[in-house]
Design a protein around this ligand. Structure first.
Ligand code: KG4
Ligand code: ZN
Length: 379
């Protein structure tokens, strides 16, 4: 079988990304244009602004991905684009562009679920390292700004299937990082800065009660089977941080920090440390410890219950240093191999979209001409 070069396009949130991947196993080029600077003044992603930024970036980003790969629009074998989940207007920019190119050049187009993409980021990089022997059953934790999901993944020939055995009932883990960072005047996005600051605080200083889910998910009507579920909840810890801030009268110092950091164009760790007292650093480290503890404990409980042979941890929050360390340590103790994407492929990118499309390309499973964005697409 000759090599297949797939051009992937991703625009579901605040990254405009394009990449060329060879046969689902080699990243040939990978361009990510982050809109963080545009959204930072608002402390989060503004959907309207995201669509506009994607429109500005899509053509140069795709051109750069093709040029870096030594490919052209004509030479690629297929296009792949994120169909959802994500922001509808943002998704539509990538989809409209991919459809137009596929139509004009008469190339196959493959629609990819963003969450499946995060799982294939791991598979892609393992194949790149020549590790082709994944043992099943395989459990994947997809943990990002929009999602906290546990999937059992299966492969039959070219077809992958996924069964959701856990999800967040409220906020995603990355969303909790972002909201707590905003609350503490640390700016956007919160994950990377909380990750760095946590190393400077005492993670045992503040105790957060573990999240408890006493009831079945009422929204989860289709999934009321006998199998156990491993759901998450992160809105409680955000409220607990807010209460801590109020009880300890931290508002004035938070406001001072917010004002000071806004003045600095790209604040580095030193600037953050200069504006964070011990109490704040301890709070941040304790918050991160609680989230990591919860993610690791629940995921490993699910792994045990389903007797899985392999664990994947992927998505933006998988870039977190403490999370990786804890998973590596605790999974090793249970003799469970755990795989992460490299940090650049943990957060949103298009290489994972092109990789997830490859089995579909091989199976001839192409998008219908009238397919459109699906903001709430399930996996
Ligand atoms: O996968 P991603 O780029 O986009 C979504 O699909 O949501 O994930 C972005 C999320 C943000 O919430 C960001 O704060 C979080 O991932 N994140 C991190 C780290 N780097 C990014 N969270 C914790 N530690 C990090 N190092
Ligand atoms: Zn993502």
């Amino acid at each position: 079988m000759a090599d297949a070069y797939i051009l992937g396009i991703e625009s579901s949130c605040d990254e405009t990304a394009a990449a060329v991947v060879r046969s689902g196993e080699q990243v040939v080029s990978n361009i990510v244009f982050s809109q963080i600077a545009a959204h930072r003044p608002y402390g989060g992603v503004v959907p309207e602004l995201a669509s506009r930024e994607h429109l500005k970036a899509i053509v140069p980003v795709v051109r750069k991905a093709l040029a870096d790969a030594g490919q052209t629009y004509q030479s690629i074998d297929a296009l792949a684009v994120t169909q959802g989940p994500g922001l509808a207007g943002a998704l539509l920019v990538g989809i409209s562009y991919a459809k137009a190119v596929a139509f004009v050049l008469d190339k196959p187009l493959i629609a990819v679920n963003h969450l499946e993409g995060h799982i294939h980021a791991v598979l892609l990089e393992e194949r790149q390292k020549n590790n082709r022997e994944m043992k099943f059953p395989l459990l994947a934790l997809v943990v990002s700004g929009g999602h906290t999901h546990l999937y059992l993944a299966e492969q039959r020939g070219n077809a992958w299937s996924y069964k959701n055995i856990g999800h967040t009932r409220d906020d995603a883990a990355g969303e909790a990082f972002d909201k707590v960072a905003k609350l503490l005047g640390l700016g956007y996005p919160g994950g990377p800065i909380i990750d760095k600051l946590s190393a400077h605080g005492d993670p045992t200083a503040v105790r957060f009660p573990p999240s408890q889910l006493k009831h079945r998910d009422r929204k989860d009507k289709g999934n009321s089977g006998p199998e156990p579920r491993f759901d998450f909840s992160y809105s409680g810890i955000k409220t607990a941080v807010l209460r801590y801030v109020e009880v300890h009268n931290m508002q004035a110092s938070i406001e001072a920090r917010r004002k000071a950091l806004v003045e600095i164009e790209k604040p580095g760790l030193e600037a953050y440390l200069l504006h964070c007292d011990k109490k704040t650093l301890n709070l941040v480290a304790s918050f991160q410890r609680a989230i990591v503890e919860d993610l690791v404990t629940k995921t490993l409980a699910a792994a045990r219950a389903c007797d899985v042979a392999t664990l994947f941890v992927t998505g933006g929050v998988a870039a977190n240093h403490e999370l990786r360390q804890r998973f590596e340590q605790d999974a090793a103790r249970e003799g469970l191999p755990v795989y992460f994407p490299s940090r650049p492929l943990s957060t949103d990118n298009a290489a994972m979209i092109a990789a997830a499309a490859y089995p579909r390309f091989m199976a001839g499973d192409f998008a219908a001409e009238d397919f459109s964005a699906d903001a709430a697409l399930k996996l």
